[in-house]
Design a protein around this ligand. Sequence first.
Ligand SMILES: NC(=[NH2+])NCCC[C@H](N)C(=O)O
Ligand SMILES: [Mn+2]
Ligand SMILES: [Mn+2]
Length: 301
Amino acid sequence: MTNEKKISIIGVPMDLGQLRRGVDMGPSAIRYAGISERLEALQYEVEDCGDIEINKKHAVHSENTNLKNLKSVAEASTKLAEKVDNVIQSGSFPLVLGGDHSIAIGTLAGVAKHYHNLGVIWYDAHGDLNTAETSPTGNIHGMPLAVSIGLGHEALTGLYSPSPKVKPENIVIIGARDLDEGEKALIKEQGIKVYTMHEVDRLGMTKVIEETIEYLREKTDGVHLSLDLDGLDPSDAPGVGTPVIGGISYRESHLAMEMLAESGLITSAEFVEVNPILDEKNKTASVAVALMASLFGSKLL
Ligand SMILES: NC(=[NH2+])NCCC[C@H](N)C(=O)O
Ligand SMILES: [Mn+2]
Ligand SMILES: [Mn+2]
Protein backbone atom coordinates (compact mmCIF):
# COMPACT_ATOMS: atom_id res chain seq x y z
CA MET A 1 0.00 0.00 0.00
CA THR A 2 1.04 3.62 -0.26
CA ASN A 3 3.22 5.13 2.44
CA GLU A 4 0.58 7.62 3.46
CA LYS A 5 -1.30 6.29 6.41
CA LYS A 6 -4.51 8.14 5.65
CA ILE A 7 -7.57 6.54 4.06
CA SER A 8 -10.70 8.43 2.97
CA ILE A 9 -13.88 6.38 2.71
CA ILE A 10 -16.41 7.56 0.12
CA GLY A 11 -19.84 5.90 0.07
CA VAL A 12 -21.80 5.77 -3.19
CA PRO A 13 -25.39 4.58 -2.58
CA MET A 14 -26.00 4.00 -6.28
CA ASP A 15 -28.48 1.40 -7.57
CA LEU A 16 -29.47 2.97 -10.89
CA GLY A 17 -26.83 1.13 -12.94
CA GLN A 18 -28.83 -2.12 -12.76
CA LEU A 19 -32.30 -3.41 -11.98
CA ARG A 20 -32.14 -4.94 -8.52
CA ARG A 21 -32.90 -2.55 -5.72
CA GLY A 22 -30.95 -2.72 -2.46
CA VAL A 23 -27.38 -2.29 -3.68
CA ASP A 24 -27.73 1.39 -2.70
CA MET A 25 -27.51 0.14 0.89
CA GLY A 26 -24.08 -1.37 0.24
CA PRO A 27 -22.10 1.46 1.84
CA SER A 28 -24.23 1.27 5.02
CA ALA A 29 -23.80 -2.50 5.21
CA ILE A 30 -20.02 -2.19 4.84
CA ARG A 31 -19.86 0.52 7.49
CA TYR A 32 -22.02 -1.63 9.76
CA ALA A 33 -19.58 -4.52 9.22
CA GLY A 34 -16.92 -2.28 10.77
CA ILE A 35 -14.70 -0.97 7.98
CA SER A 36 -13.47 2.15 9.83
CA GLU A 37 -12.65 0.23 12.99
CA ARG A 38 -10.75 -2.45 11.08
CA LEU A 39 -8.61 0.07 9.26
CA GLU A 40 -8.01 2.14 12.39
CA ALA A 41 -6.79 -1.01 14.12
CA LEU A 42 -4.17 -1.22 11.37
CA GLN A 43 -2.92 2.23 12.45
CA TYR A 44 -4.43 4.16 9.58
CA GLU A 45 -5.98 7.57 10.01
CA VAL A 46 -9.47 6.97 8.63
CA GLU A 47 -11.73 9.74 7.40
CA ASP A 48 -15.31 8.86 6.47
CA CYS A 49 -16.41 11.40 3.85
CA GLY A 50 -20.02 10.18 3.99
CA ASP A 51 -22.05 9.42 0.88
CA ILE A 52 -22.22 10.96 -2.59
CA GLU A 53 -25.73 12.24 -3.24
CA ILE A 54 -27.73 10.29 -5.83
CA ASN A 55 -30.60 11.96 -7.68
CA LYS A 56 -33.24 9.29 -8.19
CA LYS A 57 -35.84 11.56 -9.72
CA HIS A 58 -34.86 11.41 -13.41
CA ALA A 59 -37.01 9.22 -15.66
CA VAL A 60 -35.68 5.77 -16.48
CA HIS A 61 -35.61 6.38 -20.23
CA SER A 62 -33.62 9.47 -21.05
CA GLU A 63 -33.01 11.09 -24.46
CA ASN A 64 -32.88 8.51 -27.31
CA THR A 65 -30.63 6.02 -25.65
CA ASN A 66 -31.16 2.54 -24.30
CA LEU A 67 -28.87 3.30 -21.37
CA LYS A 68 -30.97 3.14 -18.24
CA ASN A 69 -30.87 6.14 -15.88
CA LEU A 70 -28.08 7.74 -17.90
CA LYS A 71 -28.60 11.24 -16.54
CA SER A 72 -28.60 10.27 -12.87
CA VAL A 73 -25.61 7.97 -13.29
CA ALA A 74 -23.64 10.68 -15.12
CA GLU A 75 -24.49 13.28 -12.47
CA ALA A 76 -23.48 11.07 -9.57
CA SER A 77 -20.32 9.99 -11.39
CA THR A 78 -19.27 13.60 -11.80
CA LYS A 79 -19.76 14.28 -8.08
CA LEU A 80 -17.81 11.15 -7.21
CA ALA A 81 -14.98 12.02 -9.61
CA GLU A 82 -14.59 15.40 -7.98
CA LYS A 83 -14.55 13.89 -4.51
CA VAL A 84 -11.96 11.25 -5.46
CA ASP A 85 -9.82 13.91 -7.14
CA ASN A 86 -9.90 16.05 -3.96
CA VAL A 87 -9.04 13.11 -1.72
CA ILE A 88 -5.98 12.21 -3.80
CA GLN A 89 -4.94 15.84 -3.93
CA SER A 90 -5.05 15.97 -0.14
CA GLY A 91 -2.60 13.04 0.00
CA SER A 92 -5.12 10.47 1.21
CA PHE A 93 -6.02 7.07 -0.25
CA PRO A 94 -9.53 6.98 -1.77
CA LEU A 95 -11.51 3.91 -0.75
CA VAL A 96 -14.86 3.94 -2.56
CA LEU A 97 -17.79 1.81 -1.37
CA GLY A 98 -20.62 0.87 -3.75
CA GLY A 99 -23.22 0.82 -4.90
CA ASP A 100 -23.41 -0.89 -8.26
CA HIS A 101 -20.38 -1.04 -10.54
CA SER A 102 -21.46 1.96 -12.65
CA ILE A 103 -19.75 4.06 -9.96
CA ALA A 104 -16.36 3.01 -11.35
CA ILE A 105 -17.01 5.52 -14.12
CA GLY A 106 -16.78 8.34 -11.58
CA THR A 107 -13.97 6.83 -9.54
CA LEU A 108 -11.77 6.32 -12.59
CA ALA A 109 -12.60 9.78 -13.95
CA GLY A 110 -11.29 11.27 -10.70
CA VAL A 111 -8.28 8.97 -10.31
CA ALA A 112 -7.22 9.46 -13.96
CA LYS A 113 -6.48 13.13 -13.30
CA HIS A 114 -3.48 12.07 -11.26
CA TYR A 115 -1.85 9.36 -13.38
CA HIS A 116 -0.59 9.39 -16.96
CA ASN A 117 -0.35 5.64 -17.04
CA LEU A 118 -3.01 4.38 -14.72
CA GLY A 119 -3.28 0.62 -14.28
CA VAL A 120 -6.57 -1.07 -13.39
CA ILE A 121 -7.21 -4.45 -11.83
CA TRP A 122 -10.81 -5.45 -12.53
CA TYR A 123 -11.70 -8.28 -10.12
CA ASP A 124 -15.07 -9.44 -11.43
CA ALA A 125 -17.14 -12.31 -12.86
CA HIS A 126 -17.95 -9.90 -15.69
CA GLY A 127 -15.99 -7.78 -18.12
CA ASP A 128 -18.22 -4.72 -17.77
CA LEU A 129 -17.07 -3.90 -21.29
CA ASN A 130 -20.44 -3.40 -22.95
CA THR A 131 -21.52 -0.37 -24.94
CA ALA A 132 -25.05 0.69 -25.90
CA GLU A 133 -24.64 -1.44 -29.03
CA THR A 134 -23.46 -4.64 -27.35
CA SER A 135 -25.29 -4.49 -24.00
CA PRO A 136 -27.95 -7.16 -23.57
CA THR A 137 -29.59 -5.15 -20.78
CA GLY A 138 -28.95 -1.41 -21.11
CA ASN A 139 -27.65 -1.53 -17.53
CA ILE A 140 -24.76 0.87 -17.07
CA HIS A 141 -23.07 -1.33 -14.43
CA GLY A 142 -22.18 -3.62 -17.35
CA MET A 143 -20.31 -0.77 -19.11
CA PRO A 144 -17.84 1.07 -16.83
CA LEU A 145 -14.65 -0.55 -18.12
CA ALA A 146 -15.64 0.18 -21.73
CA VAL A 147 -16.37 3.78 -20.73
CA SER A 148 -12.96 4.11 -19.08
CA ILE A 149 -11.18 3.14 -22.31
CA GLY A 150 -13.25 5.71 -24.17
CA LEU A 151 -16.06 3.56 -25.59
CA GLY A 152 -19.69 4.44 -24.94
CA HIS A 153 -22.00 7.40 -24.53
CA GLU A 154 -20.08 10.66 -24.47
CA ALA A 155 -21.99 11.80 -21.39
CA LEU A 156 -20.00 9.05 -19.64
CA THR A 157 -16.68 8.86 -21.52
CA GLY A 158 -16.13 12.62 -21.47
CA LEU A 159 -16.96 12.98 -17.83
CA TYR A 160 -14.67 15.10 -15.59
CA SER A 161 -11.30 14.26 -17.19
CA PRO A 162 -10.11 13.68 -20.77
CA SER A 163 -11.02 10.36 -22.39
CA PRO A 164 -9.71 7.67 -22.26
CA LYS A 165 -9.05 7.40 -18.55
CA VAL A 166 -7.15 4.13 -18.97
CA LYS A 167 -5.24 2.44 -21.78
CA PRO A 168 -6.54 -1.04 -22.64
CA GLU A 169 -3.05 -2.52 -22.24
CA ASN A 170 -2.95 -1.25 -18.64
CA ILE A 171 -5.98 -3.31 -17.62
CA VAL A 172 -6.02 -6.77 -16.02
CA ILE A 173 -9.36 -8.54 -15.53
CA ILE A 174 -9.37 -11.34 -12.95
CA GLY A 175 -12.16 -13.87 -12.34
CA ALA A 176 -14.13 -13.47 -15.57
CA ARG A 177 -16.65 -16.23 -16.30
CA ASP A 178 -19.65 -14.46 -17.82
CA LEU A 179 -18.62 -12.41 -20.85
CA ASP A 180 -21.07 -11.26 -23.52
CA GLU A 181 -20.12 -11.85 -27.18
CA GLY A 182 -19.43 -8.17 -27.80
CA GLU A 183 -17.17 -8.08 -24.74
CA LYS A 184 -15.15 -11.05 -25.95
CA ALA A 185 -14.62 -9.35 -29.31
CA LEU A 186 -13.56 -6.13 -27.61
CA ILE A 187 -11.08 -7.90 -25.32
CA LYS A 188 -9.35 -9.43 -28.36
CA GLU A 189 -9.49 -6.27 -30.41
CA GLN A 190 -8.12 -4.06 -27.62
CA GLY A 191 -5.57 -6.51 -26.22
CA ILE A 192 -6.93 -6.47 -22.68
CA LYS A 193 -5.26 -8.98 -20.36
CA VAL A 194 -7.79 -11.38 -18.84
CA TYR A 195 -7.43 -14.17 -16.31
CA THR A 196 -10.71 -16.04 -16.63
CA MET A 197 -11.62 -18.67 -14.04
CA HIS A 198 -9.94 -21.15 -16.36
CA GLU A 199 -6.59 -19.43 -15.82
CA VAL A 200 -7.23 -18.89 -12.11
CA ASP A 201 -7.83 -22.64 -11.75
CA ARG A 202 -4.99 -23.64 -13.99
CA LEU A 203 -2.27 -21.29 -12.73
CA GLY A 204 -3.47 -20.75 -9.18
CA MET A 205 -4.07 -17.34 -7.63
CA THR A 206 -0.42 -16.94 -6.58
CA LYS A 207 0.78 -17.02 -10.17
CA VAL A 208 -2.12 -14.90 -11.42
CA ILE A 209 -1.30 -12.10 -8.98
CA GLU A 210 2.47 -12.43 -9.42
CA GLU A 211 2.04 -12.02 -13.18
CA THR A 212 -0.43 -9.17 -12.72
CA ILE A 213 1.96 -7.29 -10.46
CA GLU A 214 4.86 -7.79 -12.85
CA TYR A 215 2.75 -6.78 -15.86
CA LEU A 216 1.48 -3.58 -14.26
CA ARG A 217 4.60 -2.53 -12.32
CA GLU A 218 6.59 -1.99 -15.49
CA LYS A 219 4.26 0.36 -17.24
CA THR A 220 2.00 2.14 -14.76
CA ASP A 221 2.42 5.03 -12.33
CA GLY A 222 -0.57 4.05 -10.18
CA VAL A 223 -2.96 1.10 -9.98
CA HIS A 224 -6.66 1.19 -9.18
CA LEU A 225 -8.31 -1.95 -7.80
CA SER A 226 -11.98 -2.28 -8.76
CA LEU A 227 -13.36 -5.26 -6.88
CA ASP A 228 -16.85 -6.45 -7.72
CA LEU A 229 -17.98 -8.84 -4.97
CA ASP A 230 -19.51 -11.06 -7.66
CA GLY A 231 -15.95 -11.94 -8.65
CA LEU A 232 -16.11 -14.19 -5.61
CA ASP A 233 -18.13 -17.39 -5.64
CA PRO A 234 -21.76 -16.83 -4.58
CA SER A 235 -21.25 -19.31 -1.72
CA ASP A 236 -18.79 -16.84 -0.18
CA ALA A 237 -20.46 -13.64 -1.39
CA PRO A 238 -24.20 -14.28 -1.85
CA GLY A 239 -25.32 -10.66 -1.53
CA VAL A 240 -24.81 -9.54 -5.13
CA GLY A 241 -27.28 -8.74 -7.91
CA THR A 242 -25.68 -10.74 -10.72
CA PRO A 243 -24.14 -13.86 -9.13
CA VAL A 244 -22.29 -16.38 -11.32
CA ILE A 245 -21.34 -19.82 -10.02
CA GLY A 246 -17.78 -21.09 -10.20
CA GLY A 247 -16.09 -18.00 -8.79
CA ILE A 248 -13.00 -17.08 -6.81
CA SER A 249 -13.00 -18.31 -3.23
CA TYR A 250 -12.75 -16.19 -0.11
CA ARG A 251 -9.32 -17.69 0.62
CA GLU A 252 -7.97 -17.04 -2.87
CA SER A 253 -9.27 -13.49 -2.63
CA HIS A 254 -7.53 -12.98 0.70
CA LEU A 255 -4.29 -14.18 -0.80
CA ALA A 256 -4.75 -11.85 -3.75
CA MET A 257 -5.31 -8.87 -1.44
CA GLU A 258 -2.31 -9.75 0.74
CA MET A 259 -0.06 -10.05 -2.28
CA LEU A 260 -1.31 -6.72 -3.60
CA ALA A 261 -0.65 -5.18 -0.17
CA GLU A 262 2.93 -6.49 -0.26
CA SER A 263 3.44 -5.13 -3.77
CA GLY A 264 2.75 -1.56 -2.64
CA LEU A 265 1.24 -1.01 -6.06
CA ILE A 266 -2.36 -0.09 -5.30
CA THR A 267 -3.08 3.66 -5.14
CA SER A 268 -6.91 3.64 -5.03
CA ALA A 269 -9.64 1.04 -4.59
CA GLU A 270 -13.36 0.43 -4.74
CA PHE A 271 -15.51 -2.43 -3.51
CA VAL A 272 -18.86 -2.68 -5.28
CA GLU A 273 -22.12 -4.57 -5.79
CA VAL A 274 -22.75 -5.44 -2.11
CA ASN A 275 -26.53 -5.80 -1.88
CA PRO A 276 -27.66 -6.37 1.73
CA ILE A 277 -31.23 -7.21 0.64
CA LEU A 278 -29.93 -10.28 -1.19
CA ASP A 279 -27.36 -11.12 1.49
CA GLU A 280 -27.28 -13.60 4.35
CA LYS A 281 -26.79 -11.78 7.67
CA ASN A 282 -24.45 -9.20 6.12
CA LYS A 283 -22.01 -11.91 5.06
CA THR A 284 -21.00 -10.22 1.82
CA ALA A 285 -20.33 -6.87 3.50
CA SER A 286 -18.23 -8.69 6.11
CA VAL A 287 -16.27 -10.43 3.36
CA ALA A 288 -15.72 -7.04 1.72
CA VAL A 289 -14.40 -5.61 5.00
CA ALA A 290 -12.08 -8.59 5.53
CA LEU A 291 -10.69 -8.19 2.01
CA MET A 292 -10.18 -4.46 2.48
CA ALA A 293 -8.29 -5.15 5.70
CA SER A 294 -6.03 -7.58 3.82
CA LEU A 295 -5.51 -5.04 1.07
CA PHE A 296 -4.32 -2.57 3.69
CA GLY A 297 -1.87 -5.01 5.17
CA SER A 298 -3.57 -7.03 7.88
CA LYS A 299 -1.96 -10.41 8.48
CA LEU A 300 -2.61 -13.27 10.81
CA LEU A 301 0.82 -13.03 12.42
N1 LIG B 1 -21.05 -5.01 -12.55
C1 LIG B 1 -21.79 -6.06 -12.87
N2 LIG B 1 -22.22 -6.86 -11.94
N3 LIG B 1 -22.07 -6.22 -14.16
C2 LIG B 1 -22.90 -7.28 -14.67
C3 LIG B 1 -23.12 -7.12 -16.17
C4 LIG B 1 -23.99 -8.18 -16.73
C5 LIG B 1 -24.15 -8.12 -18.24
N4 LIG B 1 -22.90 -8.37 -18.90
C6 LIG B 1 -24.71 -6.77 -18.67
O1 LIG B 1 -24.11 -6.06 -19.42
O2 LIG B 1 -25.77 -6.41 -18.26
MN1 LIG C 1 -19.76 -8.44 -11.88
MN1 LIG D 1 -18.74 -5.52 -12.28
